[in-house]
Design a protein around this ligand. Structure first.
Ligand code: BES
Ligand code: MN
Ligand code: ZN
Length: 509
């Protein structure tokens, strides 16, 4: 899909459909009113008739065969008072999905008026949302049942600052493509997305973006002392890979941000085998790792002034004659011994070594993301990811950067009680802490491998994929936490495009 900045008046714009915004309870004004007049007042009539109430996602679709724009799709954005810029991503996503399903190829999207505080951010959201909206799940269908035909999206932004709009569009395109890359990697079934395939995908990202890449095989992981990571791989016929992508945007600085992502390409539970129901969803257990690889691709495109490494431990978790057994004790890279109580608590085992390795590579700040615990889905449902940290300032930094993206994170505590629950009688740690606070005992386990490095752990078990389609988003993988990762990188680099505090300036890049 091609998202581009258009010039000229909406009324004169040639395309298959023109998309316009509506706020709840408001009659159209300005350009939307002029357009409505051109289509015989059909939008005002629909509003007057109560055909739509103005809730986000409601639409009025009007044929205008004699106009250059051919059709008008009015999309409601909800209340103006509760509007947030990220809703522009949904607005664009709804437009692409609604019109693309109707086989239209060339659409034009009008920005709402009176939102020109940060045109770069607005343009970014439109581009991101249009691209993400075009993602479909029918990857393996010879003749896809659901096809989105949109090829060109013109952004109509009036007389807003064109340099800012262009900067924002480029950023939104890079982000939207990264979101879809993460989703494509995640939705690919485990027979086609082994650790070897995931490493090859990272290789392609590195090639395309000029990143350095290093992939540790089993022998190198063993030489590094990654007994915890390798204990998970023991039952699998697929060789494990520990993927490291490096972006050096600030060579003079010794600061290095590490993005670490769980890359379990399939989680059977191992010897502590999972029940069959919904086990197929465990192909998504590499969503955190996919998000790291995808975010690194966006970072490579955006070139912020910062050093970032992406670390993805990748393996299957399988039962078998060589598999790790409950009660086995393994040793992580930092020398800590771990009693494996439940082989289904494997994410923390692979992340333990990945976190140690990130620190060995010089990480001065860490964020990890993992589909780590079913308990997280019980606590927060699919509405938010959990965030746990060992450093209040770093946690605030993350939450502030993530807030405007539309991805939701909710901080949860890291009390000593949870670390106590992870103590083993026979080893330094055990890998499960019982039923209570499963997300937080898992986080406490990870905390034992970061020492004092500022760290935020994201449990995305409830948010990395969804079984509910919305008007702007397909079912399946969501791309979470790619948006937050990219926003964090930009924030730490000092060049955020969207500001949590409502500030309207955009740092020059
Ligand atoms: N990958 C799962 C967590 C998960 C569950 C993600 C459901 C998404 C949806 C993880 O490896 C796991 O199995 N966790 C166990 C931990 C338990 C054994 C302490 C869990 O949550 O049941
Ligand atoms: Mn598991
Ligand atoms: Zn898992």
């Amino acid at each position: 899909m091609h998202v581009r900045l258009a010039a000229g008046a909406p009324l004169q714009h040639s395309c298959d459909a023109l998309v316009v915004p509506l706020f709840r309870g408001e009659t159209p004004t300005g350009e939307v009113a002029a357009l409505d007049a051109a289509v015989g007042g059909a939008i005002a009539a629909a509003l007057a008739a109560g055909a739509i109430a103005g809730k986000l996602g409601e639409t009025v679709y009007i044929a205008a065969p004699t106009q250059p724009f051919r059709r008008v799709l009015a999309i409601a954005l909800g209340e103006r008072a509760s509007f947030e810029p990220y809703l522009l991503a949904r607005y664009a996503g709804i437009a692409v999905r609604y019109l693309g399903r109707r086989n239209l190829k060339h659409i034009a999207v009008l920005l709402p008026d009176a939102l020109d505080a940060n045109p770069a951010a607005d343009a970014s959201f439109v581009a991101e949302g249009a691209i993400a909206g075009a993602f479909e799940t029918s990857v393996y269908q010879k003749q896809p049942e659901k096809r989105i035909a949109v090829e060109v999206v013109d952004l109509l932004a009036g007389d807003r600052d064109r340099a800012a709009l262009t900067r924002g569009l480029d950023r939104g395109i890079a982000l939207g493509e990264a979101v879809n890359l993460a989703r494509t990697l995640a939705i690919t079934p485990a027979n086609d997305m082994t650790p070897t395939h995931l490493a090859a995908a990272a290789e392609r990202v590195a090639q395309a973006g000029g990143l350095s890449i290093d992939v540790l095989d089993e022998a190198r992981a063993r030489a590094e002392g990654m007994g915890s990571f390798l204990s998970v791989a023991a039952g699998s016929a697929q060789p494990p890979k520990l993927i490291v992508l490096t972006y050096t945007g600030d060579p003079a600085s010794s600061e290095r941000l590490a993005l670490v992502g769980k890359g379990i390409t399939f989680d059977t539970g191992g010897i502590s085998l999972k029940p069959p129901e919904r086990m197929e969803e465990m192909k998504y257990d590499m969503s955190g790792g996919a998000a790291v690889i995808a975010a690194m691709s966006a970072v490579a495109a955006l070139k912020p002034k910062i050093n970032v490494i992406g670390v993805v431990p990748a393996t299957e978790n399988m039962p078998g004659g060589k598999a790790t057994k409950p009660g086995d004790i393994v040793t992580a890279m930092n020398g800590k011994t771990i009693e494996v109580i439940n082989t289904d608590a494997e994410g923390r085992l692979i992340l333990a070594d990945a976190l140690c390795y990130a620190r060995k590579l010089g990480a001065t700040r860490i964020v990890d993301a993992a589909t780590l615990t079913g308990a997280c889905v019980i606590a927060l449902g699919h509405a938010a990811s959990a965030a746990v940290s060992n450093d209040d300032a770093w946690a605030e930094r993350f939450l502030n950067a993530a807030k405007p993206t539309g991805e939701r994170y909710w901080r949860m505590p890291a009390y000593d009680d949870y670390a106590t629950a992870m103590k083993s009688d026979i080893a330094d740690l055990k890998n499960t802490g019982g039923r209570p606070a499963g997300t937080l005992t898992a986080a406490a386990f990870l905390k034992a491998f970061v020492d004092d490095t500022p760290w935020v752990h994201l449990d995305v078990a409830g948010t990395a994929y969804t079984d509910t389609e919305t008007a702007w988003q397909a079912k399946g993988p969501t791309g979470t936490p790619v948006r937050a990762f990219v926003a964090l990188v930009e924030s730490v680099a000092g060049s955020p495009i969207v500001h949590a505090n409502g500030a309207t300036t955009v740092a020059a890049s």
